[in-house]
Structures are given as structure tokens and as C-alpha cells.
Design a protein around this ligand. Structure first.
Ligand SMILES: *Cc1c(COP(=O)(O)O)cnc(C)c1O
Length: 390
């Protein structure tokens, strides 16, 4: 079956159930066999439901569907995208280990690696992962994970998953890809050789801006280990209600990604032609520095773009906007945008200097607007931007 069908149905369990839409299983506990062990480590994870922190039907339905969409064996849904990343890191790493990450990625993840992982004795090399050599140079015998994000938040720089996976496999280091911006509709990192795919389900997967969640997809044994640690021990489980909402949102993911991508290309083209705009970054514009890789690695351009103005970014007349919202987050039905000031992000999150900071500035200048192009009419979005920039 094609992914459009998987997005609607998830894993098929046969007919004979009464409701066509599964109920939300809010129960924390389930009837158990008296022989059930109280230690999660002693129970077969595939056995019956016991307690919702260990497993829940609504959560499992979401996990099965995302695993199918990514072409993975299994998945574990977590409380947020951050919980997915931190759960993976905390479950895999111990003091003395080393990891390699992108030097530009979701700010919370970058900050966790820079400020917190090191507290547990894990050393971190943050490099420009759009350059495979830069990764190769950092590999040592203690390296236990490579973590990349493509296209990366906020600057939409890409990393070549296949090339990095080839290197990682040679060195026997697992590769995790945060594919939140791409979604399985645009890119399937596991098919390119990655070991783990991570999503903030809060974004395109849920798609409506009403539920926070995260997920990690991978091999069955690896995911079972992650479930034991991140869900059962650390406790960062997703609410069954959120899992149900996100599962519903995913039904339209293929349709929405098509529309997000069509709209974003139109808006990107409009902005590129606008006299007040200095630069637009969008993977499917031929002006993107990695346009060739984007066309190879992504089926569509996605809904995210960045733009810089020629004049000062401050004092934009936001009161001229009617439906476009000035807000963080992305992947909603609504168009959202906000300013990303380079100096501030360097200090708070990315800590780049010299050549590396210059490479960031090639995408973002002194600061740029990150826009999540919504599902409204592209003509309306462009008209509203025209009024804003007039
Ligand atoms: C938003 C985001 C996250 C964090 O996800 P939350 O659900 O907000 O915790 C991680 N990675 C990327 C690429 C994101 O955009």
C-alpha cells in the first residue's frame, strides 16, 4: 500500500471492530493477569496493556502508523519533540561517550547538548553537517551517535543523509535524523541509511497546532530499549488524548504537505521578486545553495522558508496583518512567522564563531524571518505580505 493509504488507516487489525474510529483510551490501568510482573524490565513489551506509562492503545496506534510511514520496524511516541530527542540521547549515552551533532539545529536541542549533556560527562562536537568531511574529522572511538537535522531549524540548511549514513555505517556509529521539517512525505531517512528518525509531532504531523508530541522510529530492539528508558523510567509519555489528535491529523499529512509545498513555493517566488526583500531561503528555489541536494533528497520543498529584508527588520507594521500570525512554532494550518535575530541566537543557542558563524550568516544575515506557510490561499498570503512590506 502507498503512504497515502497508511496515513489514513495505520496498521490494519482486520475488521470486526465496532467503531470505524478508535476510541481514545484515557484509562491509566488495564485488567491484568495476576502473573504480570511489577518490573517493566521483566514484562514482554508486546504483551497486554498494564499501565499507560508502559503502553496504551491510542499511543500504540499512533506509533504503528508513523513506523509504517517512515518504513521503520517500530516507534515510540513521547511527550514532545524535545522528549524524543532527549529520551534518545539519555537512553543511548553514558559518561565518557562522545556525539557529533549539527551546529545549527532546533535551539532547544542545541542548548541541551551544549549545556546539559556535558554535565553527564558526554562530550559533544557540533559541526556544520552539510559538510560530510567536517563530521568525518570529529569521529573518535568514543563516538556513539551522529545527530543531524535536515532541513535544519531555523536556516533550512540541508545535510546529505545518504552520504552521512554511508560514513556512519563504515564507522559503526548510529545516525539519528530529526526530520520534523521534511516529514515522511518529503524524505524517508531510514531508506537512506539512517538508524533513527525523530519528529516533533507538534508540527506537520499533528498539523493543526493543538497537540504537543514527539516520536522516534527505528529498529525494533532499539525502540524497545528506548521505550524502557524514555517512557517507563524517565516517564516522558505522550497523553493518549494528544496521541489520538495527532493520529487524526496524520490522515491528511500527504494532502497537507502537497498544499504547504505548493503554497510555500508561490510565496517564496513572490518574496524573491519583491523589491524590499534581500534574500529568500527555500529548498526548492534554484537560489538555495543546496538546490541540487534538495531535489535529490526531498520530494517537495515543504512549507518552511526564510527571508531577509533590505531595510531594518524592526518596526514592521504587524497591525496590517489580518490572518498571518506572528508566533513561534510551525506546521500549522495557519501561516506563522517570526524574526530570528542572529546575534541573540549565537549567544543563547548556537555559540558559533569565525567561519562557522559566517556560514550561518550566508543563510540568515544579521537576522531573518522564518515563515511556516499555511494552508490558506497562496494569493491571500502574498497579498497580505505585500501590504506588510508596502
Ligand atoms: C519544534 C522542534 C523540536 C522540538 O519539538 P517540541 O514538540 O516543541 O518539543 C525539535 N526539532 C525540530 C526540528 C523542531 O522544529
Amino acid at each position: 500500500m502507498q503512504s497515502d493509504t497508511h496515513a489514513i488507516h495505520g496498521r490494519l487489525h482486520g475488521s470486526g471492530k465496532q467503531s470505524l474510529v478508535a476510541p481514545i483510551a484515557m484509562s491509566t490501568s488495564f485488567d491484568i493477569d495476576p502473573s504480570t510482573s511489577f518490573s517493566a524490565d521483566l514484562n514482554d513489551p508486546a504483551a497486554d496493556y498494564i499501565y499507560t506509562r508502559w503502553g496504551n492503545p491510542s499511543v500504540q496506534e499512533l506509533e504503528e502508523k508513523v513506523a509504517l510511514l517512515e518504513g521503520g520496524e517500530d516507534a515510540v511516541a513521547l511527550a514532545s519533540g524535545m522528549a524524543a530527542v532527549t529520551g534518545l540521547l539519555l537512553s543511548l549515552l553514558k559518561a565518557g561517550d562522545h556525539i557529533i551533532t549539527s551546529n545549527v539545529m532546533y535551539a532547544g536541542v542545541r542548548e541541551f547538548c551544549h549545556d546539559d549533556l556535558v554535565r553527564f560527562g558526554v562530550s559533544v562536537s557540533a559541526v556544520d553537517t552539510s559538510n560530510v568531511e567536517a563530521i568525518a574529522e570529529q569521529i573518535r572511538k568514543e563516538t556513539k551517535l551522529i545527530l543531524i537535522e535536515t532541513p535544519c531549524n531555523p536556516i533550512l540548511r540541508l545535510s546529505d543523509i545518504r552520504a552521512i549514513a554511508t560514513l556512519a555505517q563504515q564507522e559503526r556509529i548510529p545516525l539519528a535524523v530529526d526530520s520534523t521539517f521534511a516529514t515522511p512525505v518529503l524524505t524517508q531517512p531510514l531508506s537512506l541509511g539512517a538508524d533513527y528518525v525523530i519528529h516533533s509531532l507538534t508540527k506537520y504531523m499533528g498539523g493543526h497546532g493543538d497537540a504537543i508530541g514527539g516520536i522516534v522510529v527505528g529498529k525494533r530492539d532499539a525502540i524497545t530499549h528506548l521505550k524502557q528508558k524514555a517512557n517507563i523510567k524517565i516517564g516522558s509519555i505522550i497523553s493518549p488524548f494528544n496521541a489520538w489528535l495527532i493520529n487524526r491529523g496524520i490522515k491528511t499529512l500527504p494532502l497537507r504537505m502537497q498544499r504547504h509545498s505548493d503554497n510555500a513555493l508561490k510565496v517564496a517566488t513572490f518574496l524573491e521578486d519583491h523589491p524590499k526583500v534581500k534574500q529568500v531561503i527555500y529548498p526548492f528555489l534554484s537560489s538555495h545553495p543546496q538546490y541540487g541536494l534538495a531535489r535529490r533528497q526531498m520530494k517537495m520543498g515543504g512549507g518552511m522558508l526564510g527571508f531577509q529584508l533590505k531595510d531594518s527588520h524592526r518596526n514592521l507594521p504587524l497591525d496590517r496583518l489580518s490572518f498571518i500570525r506572528y508566533a513561534v512554532s510551525l506546521g500549522h494550518d495557519k501561516t506563522l512567522f517570526c524574526f530570528m535575530p542572529t546575534d541573540e541566537l549565537m549567544e543563547s543557542s548556537f555559540h558559533l564563531s569565525g567561519e562557522e558563524q559566517q556560514q550561518y550568516r550566508n543563510f540568515a544575515g544579521d537576522g531573518f524571518f522564518r515563515m511556516s506557510v499555511g494552508l490558506e490561499s497562496a494569493a491571500d498570503i502574498c497579498e497580505e505580505l505585500n501590504r506588510l512590506l508596502a
